[in-house]
Ligand binder design. Structure first.
Ligand code: F6R
Length: 369
């Protein structure tokens, strides 16, 4: 049942191109417009929405953080993202014009369920993004967009995360389509890139051997830090979460711009720092800023592990280890940039003798608050 892999997690990492393709299947028509029939919230209701609020936990929360960048950029609707466990305890401001999106692989996470119940009590529409047919969260929502990752057995979420991202992009693009915001060449180009993205994920998977080899050399480290900007910031958070849960190592993700406001004090000789570098095309300001961050930490002795787009030569002088990912539009980069971090965490867990599929103290679905 592990299909020749040692762990379900490895199998599920390898299944990501298919999971991504399956989640797109039938949702983009040949003319490049989106058909999301399952989203049973009418276009006229969607046109009335004045705020999107995303609630989720753990890895699904990281997908939500990335979705915020896409939703605000493509639709110009303000979007908040909140940990489901914090959400309903702070008396959030919601009404009939708020669209609440609950993201959950299992569809049974109690915190997320309680958050969506709270939202519905305030009269908001709830759209679930979920991987498990007929589970509680979609049953209690107004509409559901299923991710088609297939069953995820390993406790650490991998393919479900990538498909959550795909679903979030689809929702963002669909909102743009329905509301007619920014529906131009940029969006058409993004849809085209999205429909090809599973091949790029496949290409990343084919180049993971050096990442595994690198991970094995770090098995005796105490700490690994992760830095990113823009959508690379949630990717950094996700890389750190995977490492904590699987390798039981201290790992933290930071927004690279925050470095000088504190975290740079953690940089010392030989601390591994993984940096997710935005594309040098498009928003090149972000790229240049992160290159100076890499220089700063390297000058303080950090061992830099740089994840950068193919053809990005500016990072080469400052990268102790360079992991290449295919060029993608900035907002889609998390789909390729997360994969090496999953492989990295899985390999480190193995090197440290940990149980990869069943990390200590964790459960696949968290049905208590
Ligand atoms: C991390 C992980 C957890 C889940 C979180 C939410 O690898 O698996 O952080 O993402 O417990 O679970 P779902 O998506 O089922 O609501």
């Amino acid at each position: 049942e592990k299909g020749g892999y040692d762990y379900f997690m490895l199998k599920e990492i390898a299944e990501q191109p298919k999971a991504v393709a399956d989640t797109l299947l039938g949702r983009i028509d040949p003319s490049g417009s989106l058909t999301l029939d399952e989203v049973r919230i009418s276009p006229s209701e969607l046109r009335e929405i004045d705020k999107v609020v995303i609630v989720a936990c753990g890895t699904a929360f990281h997908a939500g953080l990335i979705a915020k960048y896409a939703i605000e950029h493509w639709t110009r609707i303000p979007c908040e993202v909140e940990l489901a466990s914090e959400f309903r305890y702070r008396d959030p401001i919601l009404d009939g014009r708020s669209l609440v999106i609950a993201i959950s692989q299992s569809g049974e996470t109690m915190d997320t369920l309680m958050a969506l119940r709270h939202a519905r009590e305030q009269g908001s529409k709830v759209l679930a993004i979920c991987n498990t047919n007929g589970s509680t969260i979609p049953r209690e929502s107004d509409a559901v967009l299923y991710t088609h990752a297939g069953p995820e057995v390993a406790v650490a979420s991998t393919k479900a995360f990538l498909t959550q991202l795909v679903a979030c992009y689809l929702v963002a693009l669909y909102l743009g389509q329905v509301r007619g915001t920014k529906w131009g060449d940029e969006i058409q180009a993004v849809i085209k890139d999205l429909s090809r993205i599973s091949e790029e994920v496949e290409r990343v998977l084919e180049t993971m051997e050096p990442v595994r080899a690198l991970a094995r050399t770090l098995a005796d480290k105490d700490t690994v830090l992760f830095l990113g900007r823009h959508v690379g910031y949630p990717v950094a958070l996700e890389g750190a979460l995977k490492l904590k849960e699987l390798a039981y190592m201290h790992a933290e993700g930071f927004a690279a711009g925050e470095l000088k406001h504190g975290p740079i004090a953690l940089i010392e000789e030989d601390v591994p720092v993984v940096v997710v570098v935005p594309s040098p095309r498009g928003r090149s300001v972000l790229h240049d800023k992160i290159v100076s961050n890499i220089q700063e930490i390297r000058a303080r002795g950090a061992r830099t592990i740089v994840i950068a787009e193919e053809g990005d030569e500016a990072v080469v002088p400052y990268a102790d280890h360079l992991i290449r990912i295919p060029a993608t539009p900035t907002l889609l980069q998390p789909l390729v940039a997360t994969v090496p971090l999953q492989v990295f965490a899985c390999e480190l867990a193995t090197a440290r003798g940990n149980e990869v599929d069943q990390p200590r103290n964790l459960a696949k679905s968290v049905t208590v608050e």
